[in-house]
Design a protein around this ligand. Structure first.
Ligand code: MBD
Ligand code: FE
Length: 282
């Protein structure tokens, strides 16, 4: 009977040992680690039934709130640093200037069906009070430094009201996002807005958890980038405005020094008062 008691040292071994021979080696490894850590977590903290059920309900709430426009499960992971941690584990941290551009998390507001736009187009398709910015740069091979022709540069950003297009019924669909292709010199260029700080949505479990942990919900102003070319590894990253007050206290822990950029004044362009030059290394 003692062997049935959760505190019995053999209890966790029995749960792990219940996996059958048809489990893949990787799943066996991951589930063994997960079960061991979750059991240790419960034992070390003397987790009660009520606390465990509160956690279960938070997960269920996240599921209920989520659809193709909202991913609360991902946001919950983000606020506890898990998406940033797995990003770092997967792609390693690069500080070397001769390395590909550093990665940052994809986040929950990427859309796979982003519209192709032409170089020179604007991401702003509705009324927007953001500071217009001319963003441009070159996509290059990090080893040869040669331009990469025909690379895809996909970008997305939140509006100044703190909402991405899919979160906001008042924005035109696909506002502030677009997919560009580099020209014969590996260059891309378009108009966007200077991003502003953005709060993780407060009306779901991720927001609630932040509140319960007495944490602020803000992410520093950022622009998401996904750069791809069929001969290179895809790059998922974000760039951050150097002047942002949340740079060192990002609520989802995604900032890396090499991803901090400067918006500079732009003269003689009626369409934009700011400019951002950003080269991408694949
Ligand atoms: C965001 O805008 C974001 O980019 C991430 C990673 C998490 C929450 C909101
Ligand atoms: Fe974002």
């Amino acid at each position: 009977m003692a062997a049935n008691h959760p505190y019995d040292p053999t209890f966790t071994d029995r749960v792990v040992g219940a996996m059958g021979p048809k489990t893949s080696p990787r799943l066996r490894q991951l589930m063994t680690g997960l079960i061991r850590h979750v059991h240790d977590f419960a034992r070390e903290n003397e987790l009660t039934v009520d606390e465990w059920m509160a956690g279960v309900q938070m997960i269920n709430w996240a599921g209920k709130m989520s659809d193709d426009k909202r991913n609360e499960g991902q946001l919950l992971c983000d606020v506890i640093g898990l998406e940033s941690l797995v990003d770092e584990i997967t792609y390693k941290v690069v500080s070397d200037s001769d390395a590909p551009t550093a990665t940052a998390i994809l986040g929950p507001f990427f859309r796979a069906d982003t519209l192709a736009r032409k170089n020179g187009d604007s991401l702003v398709t509705g009324v927007d009070d953001g500071e217009m910015t001319f963003m441009h740069g070159q996509v290059v091979d990090f080893i040869t430094k040669k331009p990469i022709v025909g690379a895809t540069v996909e970008v997305w950003q939140a509006s100044t009201n703190g909402l991405y297009e899919q979160q906001d019924p008042n924005q035109v669909e696909h506002n502030l996002r677009g997919k560009f292709t580099t020209d014969e010199n590996g260059r891309y260029w378009f108009y966007c807005i200077r991003p502003t700080p953005y709060p993780v949505p407060g009306d779901g479990p991720a927001g609630k958890l932040l509140e319960m942990m007495d944490r602020h919900p803000f992410r520093p102003a950022h622009i998401h980038i996904l750069a791809t070319h069929d001969q290179y590894k895809p790059l998922v990253t974000q760039i951050f405005d150097r002047n942002d007050q949340y740079l060192t206290i990002d609520s989802v822990f995604a900032v890396k020094d090499s991803l901090v950029v400067d918006f500079v004044p732009r003269k003689d362009d009626p369409k934009a008062s700011l400019e951002l030059n950003y080269d991408v290394k694949l």
